[in-house]
Design a protein around this ligand. Structure first.
Ligand SMILES: C[S@@+](CC[C@H](N)C(=O)[O-])C[C@H]1O[C@@H](n2cnc3c(N)ncnc32)[C@H](O)[C@@H]1O
Length: 244
């Protein structure tokens, strides 16, 4: 299933994202709050898995919001995992990390079902077929009542949508750079490094159409499949495993 020869995220990408990710993600705080809102915690302690947890921003938001949440952060980058461990050390045993390859299937067999799987800006590194298999495998590891919530870049259906996403993403990054730092350094890095894949497609990025992904979620068995938020090609979507 895995083509290890294809271009993949590397440690230089991790360092760039650690340095500049807070400027690159449109409405980052609103996105994280939306994902937290969608978890619908049970009235007992529960486990959430985050795929591609990066430096642990979303994981931290979930741990803060839900004191009975245990969070398992999965990522392929040693640098990201080290950063996440340092950032979330104060949560003690509530936060654990695992190095994994999102493309592999060996990590998808869990001893216990989990309440939720979340992911931000990682699943677009899988192609269409790999995403469909991933959604089936996640459905299998969720407890009844559990949720899958994905925040990710998606592929617009035509070139007009691509142009709109490209421009809106540029504007969002420029605005965040000005708002957070009162300068355009981060926006210049974003432009010079051709980070906006709607202007500069990169074989490492394989965004799928949102409409297709919603269908794949329904085909995998998810109910209440929905899009909860979208801006500048970034969407939050997912579904639930209904109680048996
Ligand atoms: C754009 S960053 C997003 C990080 C974090 N989720 C966030 O929103 O801040 C993408 C993350 O996915 C991870 N990643 C990319 N491809 C991966 C793969 N094949 N296996 C495991 N992790 C991967 C990277 O290491 C990185 O932490």
């Amino acid at each position: 299933m895995t083509d290890k020869t294809a271009p993949q995220w590397d440690e230089q990408d991790s360092q760039s994202f650690i340095d500049f990710g807070r400027y690159f993600v449109p409405h980052r705080e609103q996105q994280m709050a939306t994902i937290c809102d969608l978890i619908a915690p049970p009235d007992h302690s529960f486990t959430v898995i985050e795929l591609g947890c990066g430096e642990g921003l979303l994981a931290g938001a979930l741990l803060e919001r839900y004191p009975s949440c245990l969070l398992q952060g999965f990522d392929g980058s040693p640098e990201m995992l080290q950063c996440a461990q340092a950032n979330l050390a104060h949560y003690g045993a509530r936060f654990t990390t695992t190095q994994f390859d999102l493309m592999d299937q060996d990590w998808r067999t869990l001893e216990q079902p989990v309440h939720a799987v979340v992911s931000s800006l990682a699943i677009h590194h899988l192609d269409d077929d790999q995403k469909q298999i991933l959604y089936q495998d996640i459905f299998a590891v969720l407890a009844p009542g559990g949720a899958l919530v994905i925040a990710d870049v998606v592929q617009p259906a035509d070139q007009h949508g691509v142009a709109v996403a490209a421009q809106a993403w540029d504007e969002a990054v420029q605005q965040r750079a000005l708002t957070l730092e009162n300068n355009t350094t981060a926006f210049e890095f974003f432009q010079n490094n051709k980070w906006n894949m709607y202007h500069y497609p990169d074989p490492m990025d394989k965004p799928s159409r949102l409409f297709d992904q919603l269908k794949w979620l329904a085909q995998a068995g998810f109910a209440d499949v929905d899009v909860y938020w979208m801006h500048a090609g970034h969407a939050i979507f997912g579904g639930r495993k209904v109680t048996a």
